[in-house]
Design a protein around this ligand. Structure first.
Ligand SMILES: NC(=O)c1ccc[n+]([C@@H]2O[C@H](COP(=O)([O-])OP(=O)(O)OC[C@H]3O[C@@H](n4cnc5c(N)ncnc54)[C@H](OP(=O)(O)O)[C@@H]3O)[C@@H](O)[C@H]2O)c1
Length: 280
């Protein structure tokens, strides 16, 4: 199926992460030009190796540049745009994927420092990235442009003991994205802003937890499909949202990739595990 992403310039944050690196590989297979950004150069280099392998899989390769930057620092975000513009000029698509989970605590025990840090990393960083993207669009006006935020089911239905993380994601899904689906039209007549919300996904963040069968049993008891996502599930949804060919009439959309998860089992006992439960 034609996605029309060949030759499009994509700025992807969190490109070294479990989900972000898969998104990078999907875009590169489509022949997009990538500006990949992440914080830890070592982890980034390891993922870039895998990306290079992807470039060898026979499809017309996309190009890429990498920029190591801390998204909590305003001047570092400006640095990403400077590098991106120097290389490609206009940036067509922003995928804001970087994000961090939080410590498990009751709100009564949450230090203000952790709350503020969660917002800095998950909400303010997305604001800074988006502002840079809109400034680029203003400079290079065209009809089309796309923003895809990576939200979380936590931001839609809450996540007990990770209230700070959940609140940062709600800010993006409901406040930022729903406002900017209109503001983007100032600089791109057919510009679109959408959100992909993963539920549980197997990445380095969740790897250890998902080795515990009882834990997998507990979380999948609230998921109709009874499994967690893999980064491929999320990357495919991002490609759909980024492609004007596939989702050109979708804006302000929130695509949940959570296996139908609708909350947590709070009361009553879990049934015993009766089968060999696979996490994905
Ligand atoms: N995994 C899940 O179950 C799940 C579920 C729902 C939503 N999500 C969301 O999906 C997104 C990706 O998650 P993931 O599981 O792939 O996480 P991950 O593997 O930990 O990746 C996180 C990415 O964010 C980058 N990052 C963190 N702090 C940064 C900073 N200050 N400046 C720049 N980059 C920074 C990391 O860069 P370095 O590696 O260089 O530090 C990494 O590339 C996040 O927004 C997360 O909230 C994940």
């Amino acid at each position: 199926m034609e996605t029309g992403l060949k030759g499009k310039t994509v700025l992807l944050s969190g490109a070294s992460g479990g989900i972000g690196s898969e998104i990078a590989r999907y875009f590169t297979r489509e022949g997009a030009k990538l500006i990949l950004t992440y914080l830890d150069d070592e982890r980034g280099k390891a993922e870039i190796k895998l990306l290079e392998e992807t470039l060898k899989d026979g499809r017309p390769p996309g190009e890429y540049i990498t920029v190591v930057a801390d998204l909590t620092v305003e001047s570092e975000v400006d640095k990403i745009y400077k590098a991106g513009e120097d290389k490609y000029g206009r940036i067509d698509i922003l995928v804001a994927c970087a994000g961090v989970w939080s410590e498990t605590r009751n709100v009564a025990d949450r230090p203000l420092k952790e709350w503020n840090m969660a917002f800095k990393l998950n909400s303010t960083a997305d604001f800074l990235l988006t502002r840079g993207f809109f400034r680029n669009l203003r400079k290079y006006k065209e009809d089309r442009a796309v923003v895809v935020y990576i939200g979380s089911t936590a931001g839609m239905i809450g996540e007990a003991y990770h209230h700070d993380y959940a609140a940062t994601k709600s800010a993006i899904i409901y406040g930022l994205a729903q406002s900017l689906r209109v503001e983007i039209l100032d600089y791109a007549r057919l510009g679109r802003v959408n959100v992909v919300c993963p539920g549980w996904c197997a990445t380095p963040i969740t790897e250890e937890m998902l080795k515990d069968k009882q834990f997998v049993h507990e979380i999948t008891s609230t998921i109709p499909l009874r499994k967690v996502a893999t980064p491929k599930d999320i990357a495919a949804a991002v490609i759909y949202m980024a492609s004007d060919e596939l989702s050109g009439h979708v804006t302000g959309g929130v695509l949940t990739v959570g296996g139908g998860m609708n909350g947590r089992l709070l009361h009553g006992e879990l049934k015993p595990i009766t089968e060999d439960l696979k996490p994905y």
